[in-house]
Design a protein around this ligand. Structure first.
Ligand code: DGL
Length: 276
């Protein structure tokens, strides 16, 4: 039993797709979310910069006395190593990234052995999903595509299924996936589930989409139980939610509402992340 909060972070608001899943699975847990909105996107940056930012994000969450850290960011997870090995010197608590649980789910879901991976430029360049999937089953064929326009579209609210700009962009990026005949498509960036309906329409019914935020939240839930870290509270008690951002807090609530599918419940505060 451990009543400390779970820490979740992302470069911006995309990680809220994982937060939402986690909050639904663990209503009694306190959760601290950090969105690095002052420095988003991470996916177009160098590995060194992503590592530097992620280390600050982890240090900040650890200053909030969290009991576990969920990197709800495909980009950070891809440079971290499956269990956060590259942050090993800094980590005081267990670390969960999106990579391993997502790859496992995709390998289980595929029927024809052809898996597509969509992610940021840094995620795809790292080859992380390709390596993880090959380690699970070397016979899998993996097709990867970076989608640099998806994050700005989502963060700017171009998310309605009928939006022509988003639809055209999705069609352009997914052409190679359709040509490759994948039957399973990993949404390797936590922003992408927000436009999953458009991605699904373009790919067609026979293709299973794997939501990396959801898989990571499920894995995190199982790990808390396995390590005996689940909070002990009255059954009806609801855990506290605290959101931190590194840029304006005004406006957070309306955009965050799109990710959460409901109004933000909980406090929203600014943090000067450069201090960490
Ligand atoms: N949500 C992030 C991811 O899962 C990154 C978006 C970005 O900062 O480029 O990769």
């Amino acid at each position: 039993m451990d009543n400390r909060p779970v820490g979740v972070f992302d470069s911006g608001l995309g990680g809220l797709t994982a937060f939402k899943e986690l909050a639904a699975l663990l209503p009694q847990e306190d959760i601290v979310y950090f969105g690095d909105t002052g420095r988003v996107p991470y996916g177009s940056r160098s590995r060194d910069t992503i590592v530097k930012y992620a280390r600050q994000d982890i240090a900040f969450l650890q200053s909030k006395n969290v009991k576990m850290i969920l990197a709800a960011c495909g980009t950070v997870s891809s440079v971290a190593g499956p269990a956060g090995e590259h942050f090993g010197d800094l980590l005081q608590v267990p670390f969960v990234g999106v990579l391993r649980p997502t790859a496992r789910e995709a390998a289980t879901a595929t029927r024809n052995g052809r898996i597509g991976v969509l992610g940021t430029a840094a995620t795809i360049r790292s080859g992380s999903y390709q390596k993880e999937l090959a380690a699970i089953n070397p016979d899998l064929q993996v097709f990867a595509q970076d989608c640099p326009l998806f994050v700005p579209l989502v963060e700017s609210g171009f998310v309605q299924p009928g939006d022509p700009i988003t639809r055209l962009t999705v069609e352009r990026y997914l052409e190679p996936m359709k040509a490759a005949g994948v039957d399973t498509l990993i949404l390797g960036c936590t922003h992408y589930p927000i436009i999953a309906p458009v991605i699904s329409q373009v790919m067609g019914d026979g293709v299973t989409l794997i939501n990396s935020g959801r898989e990571a939240a499920r894995f995190c839930t199982a790990l808390l139980a396995e390590k005996g870290l689940v909070a002990h509270r009255d059954r009806k008690a609801r855990g506290a939610r605290h959101f931190y951002v590194s840029d304006r807090t005004e406006g957070f609530s309306s955009i965050a509402g799109i990710f959460l599918g409901e109004d933000v419940q909980g406090e929203v505060s600014y943090v000067d992340i450069d201090r960490y």
